[in-house]
Design a protein around this ligand. Structure first.
Ligand code: GRF
Length: 211
């Protein structure tokens, strides 16, 4: 997304989900305001029958599904996923609780303009179990990280982070729910800024605005 969108058509977002889609819902709600500067043009998933897809349907946003098991290899799935995303010509791809790693083909086409949200403060606790790993370690503060996707697991350049306290009586679920409140606010604020202001990435530093 090289240029700010202030005086232009809203940035086109394709959002990928795997579950309940509360982060997607936050984006759908935010993009209802024309001043937000972006709109969700499609929602994709790696599985059928999830609440995230139902939320898209309800908002009259087109959906697509690419299931790994329907392809002969992970590489074919990755290529097909990138093709399905490309059909909606996005400016920015948002992985919002998308529980698959995108592969080399996807990154070749959408690297640098795909963001993901992770429920931990990177570089701590990467992977599928961020809240559980933070709780087990005994940290007093955790949070969430919005980052630009690269080939690693939750390793890409950081766009934003938000801290959340860990309470003595937390379970994984109570902690994750507290993180998700911060995650939704972070996601909507910073995806909006990326859309409106543009951004650059130099030596892992993500900066808003154009050079
Ligand atoms: C989020 O915490 C996301 O970071 C994690 O799974 C959760 C998805 O929540 N990977 P939702 O589907 O957006 O409600």
């Amino acid at each position: 997304m090289p240029t700010p969108r202030t005086d232009r058509a809203p940035a086109r977002l394709v959002v990928l989900v795997s579950g309940g889609g509360t982060n997607l819902q936050a984006l759908l709600d935010a993009t209802a305001d024309p001043a937000y500067g972006a709109r969700v043009v499609a929602v994709g998933a790696d599985r059928d029958g999830i609440e995230g897809l139902a939320r898209a349907d309800k908002a009259d946003v087109p959906t697509f599904v690419a299931r790994v098991k329907d392809y002969t290899s992970r590489e074919h799935w990755d290529h097909a996923l990138a093709d399905k995303v490309a059909a909606f010509d996005p400016d920015l791809v948002v992985l919002a609780g998308f529980m698959k790693l995108v592969g080399p083909d996807f990154i070749a086409r959408y690297g640098g303009r795909t963001v993901n949200t992770h429920p931990a403060l990177s570089p701590s606790f990467p992977g599928m179990h961020g809240p559980a790993d933070a709780l087990a370690y005994g940290v007093k503060v955790t949070g969430c990280t919005l980052f630009v996707v690269d080939a690693g697991v939750d390793t890409g350049p950081i766009v934003a982070q938000s801290a959340v306290p860990v309470l003595d009586d937390d379970s994984v679920d109570t902690l994750h729910e507290r993180i998700k409140v911060a995650e939704r606010a972070m996601l909507t604020e910073f995806v909006g800024r990326m859309a409106r202001e543009g951004f650059t990435i130099t030596d892992r530093k993500v900066r808003f605005g154009t050079p």
